[in-house]
Design a protein around this ligand. Structure first.
Ligand code: Q46
Ligand code: ZN
Length: 327
């Protein structure tokens, strides 16, 4: 198989484009797709400092690499979720990536921040592991953004992720979510702007990008993801994509063009945000879902309710910035 652009030996075939790329042309293709997503959706502005949520997986490390090489000013944010060896390995690879490229990295430990890691937040609780984890990530990323003065957070959601979330939202007709699943979630009081620059790239493309760029990423799946509905939706879309290449892109891009404009005004009208009385985060009630979840965890552990609320705690964080240290 030959590269469709330069006729060198290809490393990846992309059936949805009826194309194949060698390593060099694949990297150029990924850069183009990210630049196009950023421009198309007005995601980023030159000069702003971008918080990149970095898990240590292929997507987030590819995203950080693409943004940093594209000349964007970035700070990586890694959340230590306390999921055993998986979390330890993820943190180690993220640190190595940042150190090798001289990039600034902020690490936040969920256990030290709120008194419990993801497995403890789930035990006996009402949320699934990914529900509790997602809530924790959203809360902590926002908190770091506020404390670091970041106006924008970039996440590594790719085309496969977005198409699978969209399928889940359609299957349940979650109209609120269908009106909010955009590649850019604008800044609202208490929430930094959220952007997803990888929405034009599939997992196969980000994985191949990492291999070509010699980025060492966590290959194993999170052990808490088993049985997760999102994975079932991904598998269903994979089967459709195998039969009809381009299905995921058509489904997701079609939603952005045709369905999002219909659902967005409804979601906007129905969303009334207040401020959480415990932590000050935006919420639809009086206390945010994260504060309610952590309180339940504390009660289960039969601890006396700490007098220190998440708002009053100082984040437990490490900062590594080889350049700053060298100065
Ligand atoms: S880390 Fe957390 Fe993911 Fe693990 S528990 Fe689920 S959400 S699968 S990206
Ligand atoms: Zn709160």
């Amino acid at each position: 198989m030959r590269c469709s652009r330069c006729r060198d030996a290809a490393v990846l075939e992309l059936r949805r484009y009826r194309a194949a790329y060698c390593g060099t042309c694949l990297v150029a293709h990924c850069e183009r797709q990210v630049e196009r997503a950023i421009a198309e959706h007005g995601m980023l502005a030159r000069g702003e400092r971008i918080g990149v949520a970095v898990s240590g997986g292929k997507d987030s490390l590819a995203l950080w690499d693409l943004l940093a090489r594209g000349g964007w000013e970035t700070v990586g944010i890694h959340l230590q979720l306390g999921i055993g060896d998986y979390s330890r390995h993820s943190a180690a690879l993220t640190r190595t990536f940042a150190a090798e490229r001289d990039l600034e990295l902020v690490e936040v430990d969920l256990t030290e921040e709120v008194g419990a890691a993801v497995p403890a937040l789930v035990e006996g609780g009402q949320r699934s592991p990914c529900g509790a984890c997602g809530l924790s990530k959203r809360y902590l990323l926002n908190k770091v953004a506020r404390e670091e003065g970041l106006t924008v957070l970039a996440t590594g959601h790719n085309l496969d992720d977005e198409a699978a979330v969209l399928l889940g939202n359609v299957l349940t007709w979650s109209t609120g979510d269908l009106g909010r699943q955009a590649p850019v979630l604008p800044h609202t009081s208490g929430f930094a702007r959220r952007v997803k620059p990888l929405v034009r790239l599939s997992e196969r493309e980000t994985a191949a990008y990492c291999v070509v760029r010699a980025i060492d990423y966590v290959v194993e799946e999170c052990p808490m993801a088993a049985g997760n509905r999102h994975l079932a939706h991904k598998a269903a879309l994979d089967a459709l994509e195998a039969r009809s290449p381009g299905t995921k892109a058509t489904f997701y891009q079609g939603y952005l063009r045709q369905a999002f404009p219909v659902f967005h005004p409804i979601a906007k009208r129905d969303l009334v945000l207040a401020t959480c009385e415990d932590c000050g985060s935006p919420t639809t009630g009086t206390r945010c879902a994260f504060c309610r979840m952590t309180e339940r965890t504390r009660r289960r552990a039969s601890e006396p309710t700490p007098s220190v609320t998440p708002r009053a705690r100082r984040p437990s964080r490490l900062r590594s910035s080889p350049a700053a240290e060298a100065r």
